[in-house]
Design a protein around this ligand. Structure first.
Ligand code: GLN
Length: 530
């Protein structure tokens, strides 16, 4: 296996994850099998318990792992299907090492960062080699060079590269080359210093990926090469993409990144054939029409909180020759001012997932507005629970219907915990996570959308539709169009008296790619155009 490590310097948010994913795209289009991994220096065991406003969305893998949102980029940009081994946090490393220590595995030795923590990190990199399904592993290290908490990871990588040799493992450093207006110049000093930090601990990057607003002129490249000790051909310019993140692989290809990487790693392959990718990017960037989609949520301040949903809408837009104008609506504002002013005139309404009761009444109002005005509606996870509450209250006359998550004393708990979940104490312990199969009702909209009767989708939730209310709601036109194979869990619902009202207990946004938009988003956009 060949190894590519990706670090970031100067500032965070440089798009390291996108750079890693884009390199993955290019290598895959050269015929290589690629997998990607993220090492996160924070001490949480996983991001499952973090507020989305802190950390962005929690991305869920097929095996149920709750991971960093960069894994979403990895899966969208490549064909790889990741597992819990592909996201490692310091929390996990320490958890494992401390468990071994308690078991007595270290035979009386003093347990230390070097070698015990670093060995554990190296083991977890090796695990992906043992899986045997990739030629190249791209490992991204979270954080910024110079962070104290990142040091064990960098030290582990230094040892790792030494052990497998430079022809098998390389380091790419993503860095910022800022433009200083007053001087009218690009400045290389921050990059020099962040590379110096790496060299101090024995790491020499082979390639610099330079994020910049302006073109890197020859003299800037020369300076970076000289001071950072990399050949000038390894100074890669990465300008801010103009329209779409999916342009990033094309930009890096034009700079010769994949060619360079293959040469360094002695990988002989034909050049990457990016024709189809280019066509997809073109249809995303130059659509001939537009549609307005309202996303009614509560984590509206942070673009990253609903990352995969926004990306899925973008993929579906591309497939329908249509640009998606997002109208991000704060559910609490709907509570204060009513749905009409925010939702009047939109093509479609989407209510995404969420936890806790803040903003839920605003979302219920949005679902009602979509139902009454026959506006296409897509409810995701909490969005399906909201649509259920709305229908129970306003169509079935079940006054005060609610989820027990928001009102423990509701007279009509149409969304509730299953009995067997009630015992579990730890946060996360009672979640339904990862890929679950479902069967679709013949003749339903869901069945038509998927074009098949059996599906598998990723879940992340605690509460479920309460089946005691099934018959009562179905009678009024609430269609249960998808269930777990034994029929016990409700996975998809739709409305009989509405042209396109679909809500799902799972997260379809984790399965959409630019090259293969998810059918639910695809049809939602199509309906919203109509
Ligand atoms: N809070 C809801 C639950 O736990 C929905 C979760 C979600 O939308 N991901 O069931």
């Amino acid at each position: 296996m060949k190894y590519i490590f990706v670090t970031g310097g100067v500032v965070s948010s440089l798009g390291k994850g996108l750079a890693a994913a884009s390199l993955g795209t290019l290598l895959e289009h050269r015929g290589l099998r690629v997998t990607l991994q993220k090492l996160d220096p924070y001490l949480n065991v996983d991001p499952g318990t973090m507020n989305p406003l802190q950390h962005g969305e929690v991305y869920v893998l097929a095996d149920g792992a709750e991971t960093d949102l960069d894994l979403g980029h990895y899966e969208r940009f490549t064909k790889c299907v990741l597992t819990r081994d592909n996201n490692l946090t310091s929390g996990q490393v320490y958890e494992t090492v401390l468990a071994k220590e308690r078991r007595g595995d270290y035979l009386g030795k003093t347990v230390q960062v070097i070698p015990h923590i670093t060995d554990e990190i190296k083991n977890r990199i090796r695990t992906l080699e043992q899986a045997g399904n990739a030629d190249v592993l791209i490992t991204e290290i979270g954080g910024t060079t110079g962070d104290i908490e990142g040091l064990p990871f960098l030290e582990a990588i230094r040892q790792f590269i030494l052990q497998v040799g430079h022809e098998n493992a390389i380091l790419l450093h993503v860095t910022l080359v800022p433009y200083i207006k007053a001087a009218g110049e690009l400045k290389t000093k921050p990059t020099q210093q962040s590379v110096a930090k790496l060299r101090e601990i024995g790491l020499q990057p082979e390639v610099l990926i330079c994020r910049t607003e302006k073109p890197l002129e020859e003299d800037v490249r020369e300076k970076l090469s000289l001071y950072c000790n990399v050949p000038i051909s390894s100074v890669i310019e990465a300008r801010d993409v103009e329209n779409s993140i999916y342009e990033f692989p094309l930009m890096l290809q034009a700079e010769g990144l994949d060619e360079k990487v293959c040469k360094l790693l002695h990988l002989e392959t034909p050049p990457a054939d990016m024709e189809r990718w280019k066509m997809i990017v073109h249809s995303i960037v130059h659509p001939s029409r537009r549609v307005k989609i309202a996303v009614v949520g509560k984590y509206v301040e942070l673009q990253d909180a609903y990352k995969s949903i926004y990306e899925s809408l973008c993929h579906a837009g591309g497939a329908n020759d249509c640009g998606v104008d997002l109208e991000i609506v704060d559910a609490e504002q709907i509570e204060a001012e009513g749905a009409e002013i925010f939702l009047n005139g939109v093509g479609g309404i989407l209510v995404p997932g969420g936890f806790g009761d803040r903003g839920t009444e605003g979302k219920v109002a949005a679902a009602r507005y979509a139902r009454e005005n026959k506006i296409p509606f897509l409810g995701i996870c909490l969005g399906m629970q909201i649509a259920t509450i709305e229908f129970a209250r306003n169509v079935c006359g079940l006054e005060g219907a609610n989820s027990t998550e928001f009102d423990a004393a509701t007279p009509h708990p149409v969304i509730a915990l299953l009995d067997e979940q009630k015992e579990v104490a730890g946060k996360g312990g009672s979640m339904r996570l990862g890929s679950w199969p479902a069967v679709l009702k013949a003749g339903s909209l869901a069945h038509k959308i998927y074009g098949q009767a059996e599906i598998a989708e990723r879940h992340r939730h605690r509460y479920e539709f309460n089946s005691t209310y099934r018959a009562q709601m179905e009678e009024k036109g609430f269609i249960i169009s998808g269930t777990s194979p034994n029929g016990s869990l409700v996975e998809m619902i739709e409305h009989r008296d509405h042209p396109w009202f679909v809500a799902v207990q799972f997260h379809p946004e984790f399965l959409s790619k630019p090259e293969a938009p998810h059918p639910l988003f695809d049809e939602f956009i199509r309906a919203s155009l109509g």
